[in-house]
Design a protein around this ligand. Sequence first.
Ligand code: PMP
Length: 447
Amino acid sequence: VKSYTEPKLKGFVPLLSSWESFYTRNLYRRIRDCWNRPIASRPGAEFDIMERVSPDFGWNFEFTGRNVKALNFGSYNYLGFADSQTLCGGQVEDVTRSYGVGVSASRQELGYLDIHRELDRVTAEFLGVEEAITVPMGFATNSMNMPALVSKGCLILSDELNHASLILGARLSGAMIRVYKHNNMKDLETKLREAVCEGQPRTHRPWKKILIVVEGVYSMEGSIVRLPEIVRLKKKYKAYIYLDEAHSIGAMGPNGKGVVDYFGLDPRDIDIMMGTFTKSFGSCGGYIGGSRSLIQHLRATSHSAIYSCAMSPPVTQQVIATMRIIMGQDGTHEGRKRIEQLKWNTRYFRKSLHEKGFILYGNKDSPVVPLLLYMPVKIAMFSRESLKRGLGTVVVGFPATPLIEARARFCISAAHTKEMLDKALDIIDEVGDLLKLKYSTMPVPDF
Ligand code: PMP
């Protein structure tokens, strides 16, 4: 970077000019060890992280060749299936022997296996909808399917904290996008009212379709969507709902069926139910569930079904097996036990952090627990001091959060034992004292 000299061409913008910002060049380089850490094990309740030669704040990572064992409070392994001893329902070898690990074709060509069909069926049954389509990547499920649903002349009303994949899908669709304040129903209703009244007096609705795009649990905030109110608004204004349950499916609700289950709503009120298999199912990929006509339309038109290789067989089998466990179809109570364990762990962990004086974001039932560090300078210190004591977690800062709302984010898992939770809490307590993070003077909320 030092030897780089600016070319003297008028109007020429160097390819990496935006990379040379203060944040990326000066800050990110110094705290880069907090992200992109190679893991040398499964993403279970504990994991092995490759040890870095320290101190090394340059661009090149050097490793000692040893691994550090740490508690894992960073992976989205909500129900503990990523670390299960019975991966793919104990059928990893059978599936790999029968189908291989890759299918070498898209669904529409010759990549559609019988187990893909079964996964589609099990997913629809799990969600309580007519049909479902599954996609090898969660990100592409949003970014590639939304353009098949709305286009120019349609309006998307998008929560301001929606995930990048939803934002990309909305932009690729060509629809008009309007952003409303996070989980703010007043703002959403104002924007809906404006949208249906626009251009009056006129005899027809100004927008072909209005799509409200939301997430179930917001992964940076730990907040839960106000779904019952959104359903009411969508009916009142004749709009559609696109619900991304990446962080809530499996993890929320008495039956693990996401926020729809959590609020006791009818799944048919949600027009487009989307989710990923990356989190609660310990696998990879995503789905869209809904009416038969919606899914058949996506099968025929979605870029993810036509132009992209279908899901890997062991990955597919893992989702089928875990969904069956959650639904209790394996003949045990394992699924229910895990759902209840996750709920207990989440509340215990949150309550204990509140009692220690930390400021947390999010709902008491959200397995995503953000702890406010506020100052960007504390991001790296929190990450390093925690890891030094045996706790691996995720730290987040600008641009994923506002500049002065840096935070550490803990993801709770049913696989965490009480001893692990207590050990993690002790470490956070110690690091909290060291970095002066116990900002709260508020009483502990009710649990
Ligand atoms: N939607 C949301 C809300 C997400 O948080 C994520 C990723 N964490 C995705 C979609 C993309 O899913 P995947 O990681 O499975 O590609």
